[in-house]
Design a protein around this ligand. Structure first.
Ligand SMILES: Cc1ncc(COP(=O)(O)O)c(C=O)c1O
Ligand SMILES: NCCCCNCC[C@H](N)C(=O)O
Length: 372
């Protein structure tokens, strides 16, 4: 189908042309730095577009058994398994999917190391350098008493014989290369001697290197210098950087009201369909946003604060008008839910030849089947 206005809203629209732009930057960083790039499935797991992504990335990393399995089955390539904690009843299935397993703690390493060796899976440890770029306490791996990885260098040193790599994830939407560079320097200062004893190190995600104006060459050079100095294979785990600005959420105005402000209610819900924005108290984005008519765009759930944000339009909004929220892929599609039974957005893909395919629609049976 070519005319997207024929599609029933709400739907997420993934544009492969836009995705390709991010993929090309990732390919450049891989080529110039020697780093490998694994898609962080926690951020984006819409496997209909993995056919494109796998041409530019080395594989996937995961946060759970199911993500590890999805990565192995739907993406292929190298499959890294990580979880904050594995359970006894899932570890063998995780190990059957994984090329590498990264334990979050020395306790988990001690508990499952023999099983990993029996499966021939290489082992790593999440190490927490205690510095991060996160502006959100909620998402700050270096927050006080953080459970995300081991902090104590001496304790880490004691288990070096059991592991071949570290995973360090301490960036969050970090578009500042100088800050990344500085924090990597701090990591080298803290763990320098240990790094020499590793085969690989994953620097996690949270680096906004596909963003407009990011110094990609300098970034790649810094990674290469790090890899050469310590004799390690670097992995990057981009989530947001892989899919940023590739996807929109397409909605329709169902009603307008004036309650001291112009309000427009759409056939979607921020709580159900863009939950990450609500969690971090952020507004949705819409372009253009420079007209003379201001509206608060609201969702149709019962939540009083189900509000996408305030936007300005060229003309007064009418019932039936189509609106499009930007940047709807990362931590959005993976978090959609059935709150209020609001119709879940379909998933559509704009292919590289411009045609739009609806790859998934959701109906009552999906809603009912979600519970019992
Ligand atoms: C261990 C790890 N790797 C990668 C990522 C992906 O981060 P981002 O989507 O910000 O690139 C995360 C985010 O939570 C993470 O915790
Ligand atoms: N857009 C608001 C901030 C999003 C933060 N995402 C963080 C993802 C991940 N859980 C992390 O901890 O890095």
């Amino acid at each position: 189908m070519n005319d997207r206005s024929n599609l029933q809203t709400p739907y997420y629209l993934i544009d492969k042309e836009k995705l390709l732009r991010n993929m090309e930057v990732i390919a450049k960083v891989r080529e110039k730095s020697g780093a490998k790039a694994l898609l962080a499935l926690k951020c984006f797991a819409t496997w209909s577009v993995f056919d494109l992504m796998r041409q530019y990335m080395d594989g996937t990393t995961s946060s759970s058994l199911y993500e590890a399995r999805l990565g192995r089955e739907k993406f292929g390539g190298e499959t890294h398994a990580y979880s904050v904690a594995y359970a006894e009843n899932e570890i063998d299935e995780v190990l059957a999917q994984a090329d590498k397993i990264i334990f979050n703690s020395i306790g988990q390493l001690a508990r499952f190391s023999a099983r990993a060796r029996a499966h021939g899976v290489r082992q790593g440890l999440r190490v927490n350098p205690g510095v991060s770029s996160s502006g959100f306490t909620l998402a700050d791996p270096a927050r006080p008493f953080s459970r995300l990885g081991e902090w104590d260098v001496e304790k880490v040193e004691a288990v070096m014989g059991q592991i071949s790599g570290f995973m360090i994830h301490n960036n969050c939407e970090n578009a500042d290369f100088a800050l990344f560079d500085d924090m990597l320097g701090q990591i080298e200062g803290r763990y320098g001697a240990l790094l020499q004893r590793l085969d690989w190190i994953s620097l996690g995600g949270g680096i906004h290197f596909t963003g407009e104006g990011y110094p990609v060459e300098a970034f790649a050079e810094r990674l290469k210098a790090f890899a050469d100095r310590h004799g390690v294979q670097i992995y990057l785990e981009p989530g947001e950087a892989a899919i940023t600005n590739s996807t929109t959420l397409e909605v329709t105005v169902l009603d307008t009201m004036f309650n001291g402000k112009n309000l427009a209610i759409v056939d979607s819900s921020i709580e159900a369909h863009m939950l990450d924005l609500l969690i971090y108290r952020q507004n949705a984005k819409m372009k253009p946003n420079d007209g003379a008519h201001f509206y608060e765009i609201c969702g149709k759930s019962c939540l009083a604060g189900d509000i996408f944000g305030e936007f300005s339009f060229e003309n007064p909004l009418q019932v039936g008008d189509r609106l499009s929220f930007e940047d709807a892929a990362g931590y959005t599609m993976v978090k959609k839910n059935w709150f209020n039974g609001v119709k879940m957005p379909s998933i559509a893909v704009r292919q590289l030849d411009g045609t739009v395919d609806v790859v998934r629609e959701f109906g009552f049976d999906d809603f009912a089947g979600n519970l019992s």
